[in-house]
Design a protein around this ligand. Sequence first.
Ligand SMILES: Cc1cc2nc3c(=O)[nH]c(=O)nc-3n(C[C@H](O)[C@H](O)[C@H](O)COP(=O)(O)O)c2cc1C
Length: 213
Amino acid sequence: MKHIAALRKSYSRETLNETDVTPIPFDQFAKWFHEALQSELPEPNAMTIATVAESGRPSARTVLLKGFDENGFVFFTNYESRKGEEIEANPFGTILFCWLELERQIRIEGSIEKIDRSESLAYFISRPKESQIGAWASPQSQPIANRSILEERQSQISEQYAEAANLPLPENWGGYRLKPDYFEFWQGRESRLHDRIFYQMINHEWKIGRLAP
Ligand SMILES: Cc1cc2nc3c(=O)[nH]c(=O)nc-3n(C[C@H](O)[C@H](O)[C@H](O)COP(=O)(O)O)c2cc1C
């Protein structure tokens, strides 16, 4: 087996310049997201979201992006999960997309808030019924004694709602929106001299700059 330290790849697909990017970072994100979709990457909307506990300790996990516009980036989860508790205590986060096939990374930082219940409900009922049951069945991030506890809850809930087309929206489940004030677009380049273009919101305007790789 090859030694880990010897694993390396040269990046040379594309370049990213201050003059190439759109003035508004949401448009630049839309452009790159569209290219990720076109490239048929596996789960291009999978992103890491990092949050920070009240103690200052960070944590990160993958979630799926379910929508974005100039108001922010939306994902859905259990509000009583570890991330939910951390966001409650410290409503800031960073999301990260890593699209290795495109030699690209996008980092987006900002404040996080719950979306409207009506928006969460609209998404919840658009999900397959099995996923709606899953949201009810799983006390996300809580220790459980074994898997059969989950499976029993699942069959009990599916029996309870056997006749219903949709389940009600659980109180502890819904969307969050990260409202960005900072973006960074990273494009891999040769010899590790990568391109890093950032946008920072200053006095209600996006300032664009470059960072050393
Ligand atoms: C590809 C992928 C997509 C995921 N999407 C979601 C999601 O949209 N929402 C969610 O709550 N968890 C999602 N998860 C599970 C989370 O990574 C995580 O295990 C869960 O949310 C609990 O995280 P927490 O204990 O840090 O709150 C996904 C995991 C993977 C690998």
